[in-house]
Design a binder for this molecule. Structure first.
Ligand code: GLY
Length: 378
């Protein structure tokens, strides 16, 4: 066992999650689960932002276990995504989440040319969302007829830029990483507060690039501290440092990590918003915990050796608590791996339920503890 995982529970946790995922691969198949309600994952269309997490989790387990059944389901999910990549006009910035964990994963593991082509197409569509004046990747398309959200960028997009860094490394064409860098510079300038908390949404004037307003989004309020947003920043900025070597990205990621780690409740699993009012603050978001933990483990590898323990220990505490206090190992009828995720509190959607991205990052963080890569964002 390696230095990071000198505790027996990591192997136990991996084994239990793998067993459950093998059963789930029969129950769920080549579909796109998002949130589990009453024990069963509710399925979304291939166009929904979460479509990559289930196949991504299958690839993570396949890489370590060689279970062919998992690979087959992951490949069928990737093929189903073609209907979106080739025929859907409303693709938004989540192209990074969707094709990094499907086509980049497949290409990294099998060298499949068709997967490389898909991931490069996705990187081109993502690049085309860049707004030159504001230096940001536009988040969404209009949800309703007549809506104009062309000035909106969100913290979640920190994770999407990995696809652009991958595309530049793969093709030798620097344009993709120039766009990724410009977006991440905008994140530093406008999303990260001095105390290390983050804004979810910044709305720019799409013609002049000026900041018009900052919004609460999936957090409680504009000046509150949505924990999954912080997790996206910790992980995404650490990845940007990994890809570029620019220390300002690492330092910002560390600032957010310090904010996050020092706000955790006693059991080390984050509240959905660290600044929500008392009566609703105790609601947890396990997905913020597992995502932050995976990012912190990468950070622990990249910082000076003397600082590494801060991030490694923080991640281990989160992960051990998720395993011992939030897992569904004694609930065979529950498809989700982790209970108590919160997708969107302000819109009253998927509160206190298993979420597929919580499960994905939990498995990915366990794989980091086992040194059982590859890791597709890298
Ligand atoms: N990217 C959307 C979310 O974090 O819920």
């Amino acid at each position: 066992m390696n230095q990071l995982a000198n505790t027996a529970w990591v192997e136990e946790a991996w084994k239990k999650a793998l067993e459950k995922t093998v059963v789930n691969s029969e129950r769920i198949g080549a579909e796109f689960p998002h949130a589990s309600q009453g024990g069963k994952y509710v399925l979304e269309g291939a166009n929904w932002w979460t479509a990559g997490f289930w196949p991504g989790m299958l690839w993570q387990f396949y890489a370590e276990s060689g279970e062919e059944g998992l690979k087959n389901v992951a490949e069928r999910c990737e093929e189903r995504l073609d209907e979106v990549l080739d025929g859907y006009l409303r693709l938004d910035h989540d192209l990074g989440f969707m094709w990094t964990l499907t086509s980049v994963a497949n290409y990294k593991l099998t060298g499949r040319e068709a997967s490389r082509t898909r991931a490069l197409k996705a990187a081109n569509y993502l690049s085309a969302r860049f707004n030159l004046k504001g230096g940001y990747i536009r988040a969404w398309n209009p949800w309703r007829e007549g809506e104009n959200n062309s000035g909106v960028a969100i913290i979640d997009c920190c994770m999407n830029t990995s696809l652009l860094y991958w595309a530049s490394a793969e093709t030798g064409d620097p344009r993709y990483r120039h766009i990724a860098d410009a977006h991440m510079d905008t994140v530093l300038a406008h999303f990260i507060r001095p105390d290390g908390s983050v804004y979810h949404i910044v709305n720019f004037d799409p013609d002049t690039g000026e900041v018009k307003e900052k919004l609460g989004g999936q957090g409680y309020a504009p000046e509150s501290a949505w924990s999954r947003g912080a997790a996206w920043a910790i992980y995404g900025l650490t990845l940007a440092f990994h890809h570029t070597g620019k220390r300002e990205y690492l330092h910002a990621a560390q600032r957010v990590a310090h904010f996050f780690l020092t706000r955790l409740p006693e059991d080390h699993v984050p509240n959905w918003d660290f600044r929500a009012p008392d009566e609703i603050r105790d609601i947890r978001d396990t997905s913020a915990g597992s995502c932050a933990a995976s990012g912190l483990l990468l950070m622990a590898q990249l910082v000076e050796a003397s600082e590494s323990h801060v991030y490694r220990d923080g991640a281990l505490k989160i992960m051990e608590s998720l395993y011992r206090n939030y897992g569904t190992w004694d609930q065979p009828d529950e498809q989700g791996l982790l209970l108590h995720g919160t997708s969107n509190y302000p819109e009253n959607r998927n509160i206190d339920v298993p979420l597929i991205y919580g499960d994905f990052f939990y498995v990915e963080a366990l794989a980091r503890l086992k040194e059982a890569g590859p890791f597709y964002w890298e």
